[in-house]
Design a protein around this ligand. Sequence first.
Ligand code: HEC
Length: 288
Amino acid sequence: MHRFSLAAAAIAAMFAMAGASLPGAALAETTQAPLKDVHWAFDYPLGMYDQAQLQRGYKVYHEVCSACHSMGMVAFRNLADKGGPFFNASYPNSNDNPVVKALAKDAQYDAIDSETGAPIKRPGTTADYFPSPFPNTTAARAANNGALPPDMSLLAAAREGGAHYIYSIVTGDGTTPPPGLTVPDGKYYDPYIPGDLSSFWTGDPKKVPLGGFIAMPPPLIDDRVTFDDGTKATLNQEAWDVAAFLKWASDPKMDERKQLGVEVLIFLLIFTGLLYASYRTIWRNVGH
Ligand code: HEC
């Protein structure tokens, strides 16, 4: 009885708290434009990652985003895992994949000379995680007007809208804020960043622009990278590819999961057929 009343009190308190927080949330009036309506094969129930796209997306991350955003939970060998951008069935052990070995070797890591003890640099190996652009978060903020570029390993999973959110932000219309909006120094207008712009708006109070500010300069332009497969590197293409790559990074097992799902369904179908056939056989000579 005592236990029960404690639980009831806890539940009542939870409801009270939820109720109390609702008006607060409504007051903030955070707005955000609907995310751009783009599609990837992986949006669909049986759709898989497109390996060529993942390779292009890696290039965009490596040549552009990695100047500010770390991806500290992804190791070079992951790029060669099954379903990854550089997976090659001839190298079932991703550490043997020559493409990924070469990519890792280009990265530099701090090390200690085993003879002299002096700090030195060593080339990366497939086991190394992607190097961070900044030694620590203070340095990262100092280089970015006080804002911290978030680690991208799980960004696509952590944000509502996933790849659509990333795509919308980096193709956002930050370069042309609506007239009447005062954009603070070091910030950029982005309709897809959740925010409340009412106190920065001098126009019609009923027409406050949707969205918020972001401390990231628009990172992409046409031909920012050159794709190895000859795909034309428009801004939208680069954004589409890098968003796909980040989605893969946040959910590298999606392909395997979907494939297993299909196999299970096929098994169930066959099993249903077998069951039905045995039902017919067993009851064949029994009158109804
Ligand atoms: C010059 C440094 C710089 C580069 C290059 C850069 N970013 Fe950013 N990015 C930032 C900073 C700083 C923030 C945090 C902004 C803020 O807090 O207002 C950010 C935030 C973001 C966000 C919003 C994250 C969130 O927390 O919701 C996304 C999405 C994003 N970046 C994507 C990219 C992509 C994709 C690329 C490469 C094409 C890229 N960025 C390149 C500095 C950079």
